[in-house]
Design a protein around this ligand. Structure first.
Ligand code: PGA
Length: 252
């Protein structure tokens, strides 16, 4: 049985005082939940704060991006080893906002994936189609191309050390969630694609759903056989909403 995982993606939200209240609320709310795993991916400047507030809790922390380079003259970029220095477990890679707004290609995402693994971080590798792609019937093709970029570079053994997040672009921050059946179909497709390379890795792979997950829809999404938890944007910024989603993952 795969354990469920819920990870918050704060995006570019947060302030010291707000973060403290939020993280304290999350820690208090999930402390007794032992049957699932939890994490938050915060903006870089707050990694030290997350580390100090979460280090003795059952909530791990991470970042939302990293450089594919180990170090060098890359003004404004953050190296994988820097994230490791702050105790990060996770790093989100290939989020649709990175792909769309910052022009990150499949090749760059694959290079970042590799760099994260080398630094001992667990990539949360995001895939997902746009509305136009879904409507023109190429969802599986798009997701396969995104996934193959990483499979070709890091292999199934690389994916064994990662988490995949299926996030349909049309469901992110829009209030439109994929139905449990729509999400399940793509999750099963992802697992099947990995199974073509390694069925054991596919069976163990944690595949999160992301896109307008709320307390109200989490239970039915998490009940699907290939949905192993959620990557949560907006609802991760309100402690009681995030905790309610964590409870759904823990079956409480
Ligand atoms: P949302 O974002 O929950 O606000 O839709 C999810 C994400 O972008 O990871």
């Amino acid at each position: 049985m795969r354990r469920k995982l819920v990870v918050g993606n704060w995006k570019m939200y947060g302030r010291l005082a707000r973060n403290k209240a939020l993280l304290e609320g999350v820690v208090a709310g999930v402390g007794a939940l032992k049957t699932a795993d939890f994490g938050v991916c915060v903006p870089y400047p707050y990694l030290a704060q997350a580390q100090s507030l979460l280090q003795n809790s059952n909530v791990v922390w991470g970042a939302q991006n990293l450089s594919q380079h180990e170090e060098g003259a890359f003004t404004g970029a953050v190296a994988p080893g820097m994230l490791a220095d702050f105790g990060c477990r996770f790093v989100i890679i290939g989020h649709s906002e990175r792909r769309g707004l910052f022009h990150e290609s499949n090749e760059i995402a694959a290079a970042k994936f590799d760099a994260a693994l080398k630094a001992g971080l667990t990539p949360i590798f995001c895939v997902g189609e746009t509305l136009a792609e879904r409507e023109s019937g190429v969802t599986e093709q798009v997701v396969a191309t995104q996934l193959d970029a990483v499979l070709d570079r890091a292999g199934a053994s690389g994916l064994a050390k990662a988490v995949v997040a299926y996030e349909p672009v049309w469901a992110i921050g829009t209030g439109k969630t994929a139905s449990p059946e729509q999400a399940q179909a793509v999750h099963a497709f992802i697992r099947g694609r990995v199974a073509q390379q390694d069925s054991q890795v596919a069976q163990a792979l944690c595949i999160l759903y992301g896109g307008s997950v709320k307390a109200a829809n989490a239970v039915e999404l998490f009940a699907m056989p290939d949905i192993d938890g959620g990557l949560i944007g907006g609802a991760s910024l309100v402690a009681e909403d995030f905790v309610a989603i964590c409870r759904a993952a823990a079956g409480k």
